[in-house]
Design a protein around this ligand. Structure first.
Ligand code: AFP
Length: 334
């Protein structure tokens, strides 16, 4: 049985031992994600010293200005998987189309979707950053998957998680049997289990949302956020506002302490900003596995029909009672 202080490598081996049919590929894939995280963390630590802050001058498929570190983080992920023999396709926020990996022969049986550097506006101000990943299985008969294979419902994920580059680097993931968090010990270059079987409280005391968008929100969303700010001892209000601009970091706080993160739809942009396949779905899987809830306001995130690789979706995620209450406001029941 894994215990606090267990290395990621040992945890993976022990978990694999519980699955006699496992080939070790999935375990190796998680280890490679850990490696990409170490490479990115290393770049981030030195970023201000080696002229890799600021913009590349390009825009990505989402129309957002690309930071130099977005590109570097993306390249690190591609590099660790390119000849790994573990994945047959990669899709990233930074790439318009999925990358197929025929050089990974025999073909890897997994597909990885990721946001390589989440919260990249934080790069130049030394604030937290993250990466978010979703793992799908490809049951193809020896051929490369068509692009449409990567566009799947969240319930089809076999594992998901995130890396967080804060005061320490953490890897938090689930493969459908609870959520575990590992902290990178930079002295020995190993991730150690520090947060075993994370469980979220049913309610929290904090909310995270970009309130600068308040006047763009539909009335129900505004009413809900107003409600959180009213004083009421019995329900623990007002909630404390905590927003870093890095989804992984904001959700991490809520995963550990409870509460709610919202990136709602806006009156003129009902789908909001966040991407379904490599932001909302993986975090929804993590949060549900820890006893929390993730919703669009009207539907469970993991049940949303995926139609496009870079599809956006409104996201309410966090403690079950908080998310359920937010839904009642958004659906006009309060
Ligand atoms: P990037 O992945 O492009 O850096 O986007 C960050 C993000 O998707 C998410 O991490 C934040 O919660 C959110 O955007 C912040 O958006 P606002 O600047 O609109 O608050």
């Amino acid at each position: 049985m894994a215990r606090i202080g267990t290395t990621l490598t040992r945890f993976i081996i022990e978990t694999q031992a519980g699955h006699p049919a496992a080939t070790g590929e999935f375990s190796a894939l998680l280890a490679q994600i850990g490696l990409a995280g170490k490479m990115v963390a290393n770049d981030l630590r030195r970023a201000g010293l080696i002229n890799i802050l600021g913009l590349t001058g390009e825009t990505n498929v989402q129309g957002e200005a690309v930071k130099k570190l977005d590109t570097i983080a993306n390249e690190n992920f591609v590099k660790v998987f390119q000849y790994s023999g573990l994945v047959c396709a990669l899709a990233s926020e930074e790439l318009e189309k999925p990358v197929k990996l025929p050089e990974n022969w025999p073909l890897g049986k997994y597909m990885l979707l990721f946001d390589p550097l989440d919260g990249s506006s934080n790069t130049d101000v030394n604030m937290p950053l993250g990466a978010i990943f979703s793992i799908l299985r490809y049951e193809g008969k020896g051929g490369l998957p068509p692009d449409s294979e990567l566009v799947r419902k969240g319930t089809e994920q076999v594992a998901a998680g995130y890396l967080m580059y804060g005061s320490s680097t953490m890897l938090v993931f689930t493969s459908g049997k609870g959520v575990n968090g590992f902290t990178l010990d930079p002295g020995i270059g190993e991730y150690l289990l520090t947060h075993e079987n994370i469980r979220m409280p049913a309610r929290g005391k904090t909310y995270a949302v970009n309130e600068g968008n308040y006047h763009k929100w539909p009335a129900g969303t505004r009413r809900y956020v107003d409600h959180l700010k009213e004083a009421d001892k019995a329900t623990g209000r007002p909630y404390a506002g905590r927003y870093s601009g890095c989804l992984a970091a904001d959700v991490h706080r809520i995963l550990l302490g409870g509460g709610i993160y919202l990136y709602p739809g806006e009156t003129d942009k009902p789908e909001g900003k966040l991407r379904l396949l490599y932001e909302a779905n993986p975090l929804a899987m993590v949060v549900e596995q820890a006893g929390g809830k993730a919703s669009t306001g009207t539907h469970r995130i993991l049940d949303v029909e995926a139609k496009a690789l870079h599809q956006r979706v409104p996201l309410l995620i966090g403690s079950t009672d908080d998310v359920s209450l937010a839904e009642t406001f958004i659906q006009g029941k309060q």
